[in-house]
Design a protein around this ligand. Sequence first.
Ligand SMILES: Nc1ncnc2c1ncn2[C@@H]1O[C@H](COP(=O)(O)OP(=O)(O)OP(=O)(O)O)[C@@H](O)[C@H]1O
Ligand SMILES: [Mg+2]
Length: 346
Amino acid sequence: MLEWNIGQIADSVQGLMMIGLEFAVFYIAIKAWQQGLFTIGDFVWIQTYLIEIFLSIWRFGRTVRDVYRNLADAEEMTEVLHTEHEIRDPKSEKQLSVVRGQIQFQDVTFGYDESSNVIDDLSFKIKSGQKVALVGPSGGGKTTITKLLLRLFDIQKGKILVDGQDIKKVTQDSLRSQISLVPQDPILFHRTLMENIRYGRRDASDKEVIAAAKLANCHDFIMSFPKKYDTFVGERGIKLSGGERQRVAIARAILANAPILILDEATSSLDSASEALIQGALENLVKDKTTLVIAHRLSTIMKMDRIIVFQGGKIVEDGSHADLVHYKTGLYKKLWDLQVGGYLDK
Ligand SMILES: Nc1ncnc2c1ncn2[C@@H]1O[C@H](COP(=O)(O)OP(=O)(O)OP(=O)(O)O)[C@@H](O)[C@H]1O
Ligand SMILES: [Mg+2]
C-alpha cells in the first residue's frame, strides 16, 4: 500500500513540475525571441535539452519506485519469518523435571484436521522404567503418538503428563531434552559423522562420541571409511543405509542419555545381520530408561515388558507377550501367527 501511494504522489508531482517548467521555459524563450536575443535554432536546442532532462527525471522516479516496491516485498517476507509458531511455551516458563520418567495419556483426542481423528479418547500409563512395545497396522497413528508426546502438535482434548506434569505447562525445550527420539527415518546433516553423532549432546568430547558409537554398533562401519569419523554424510558425502542411519540415531540417543526414550522402528525390512546389530545397540540404550518402542519386528517385541496393540485410534489389546498370544481372537495373535519367524510389518 505504502509503495503504491508513494508511486502515485511522485508521479503527479513530477508531472506538475514538468508542465510548470515547460511553460516557464517556453515563456522565457518567446520573450527572448521577441527581443531578438534568441534564434529559432536556440529555441529548438533548448527544447531538445529539456526533453532529455525530463526523460532522465522520469527514469529516476521509476528507480525510486522500484526500490520502494522491493522494500515492501521484503517487509512481507520478514513478516512471514516472524510469525509466531502455533505451539507456544507457557508464560511461566516452567521447566519439566523428570525423576522417574512416567508417561500418561489422559483421554487424548487428536486429528491433523477437523474431519477425522487419528487418536480417539486414548488413555494409557507407562510406569517408570517400563519397556513398552506399541504395535498396530500401518497408518494407525503410532508415530503420531510420539509426536504428541514431544508436543510437536497440540492435542484437541485431554492431557499428556510426564511425571505428573502436563506437557503444555512446561517449556518445549525442557520437555524435549528429557525425551530422546530415534525416528523411523533419521535425518543426517551434511556434516561429518562425528558432528552428526555429537548432535545428541553438543558438549560431548570426541571420546564420548566414539564410546556412544561403539555402544550403538556404529564404530566398525565408521572405521571402514577412509576418513573414518571425518567422513561427510548426506548428498555430497557418503550415503548410509537405513539400518546404519538408525544406528547413528541410536548413538545420538545414547549420548543424550535422556530418561525417556522413544524408538520408532523403520518399517522397511533389514537383513538379519543389521537387525541383530540394531538389537544389540538397543539393549545398550534402553537400560534403566522408560522406553516406548514402535515395533515392527518380533525380535524387538519379544524383549519388551508390555505390548500395546493400537488400532483405529484406540488401544485394542494391552498386556505381556504371553498374555496376548493366548488371546485367540485377538489382533496380536493374528499378527504373530502371520509373522512368526519373520517381521511384523504391515
Ligand atoms: N503431518 C501430517 N498431516 C496430516 N496427516 C498426517 C500427518 N502425519 C500423519 N498423518 C496421517 O495420520 C495417520 C497416522 O499416521 P502415523 O504416521 O501416525 O501412522 P503409523 O501408525 O506410524 O504408521 P506406520 O506403521 O506406517 O509408521 C495416517 O492416516 C497419516 O496419513
Ligand atoms: Mg510410523
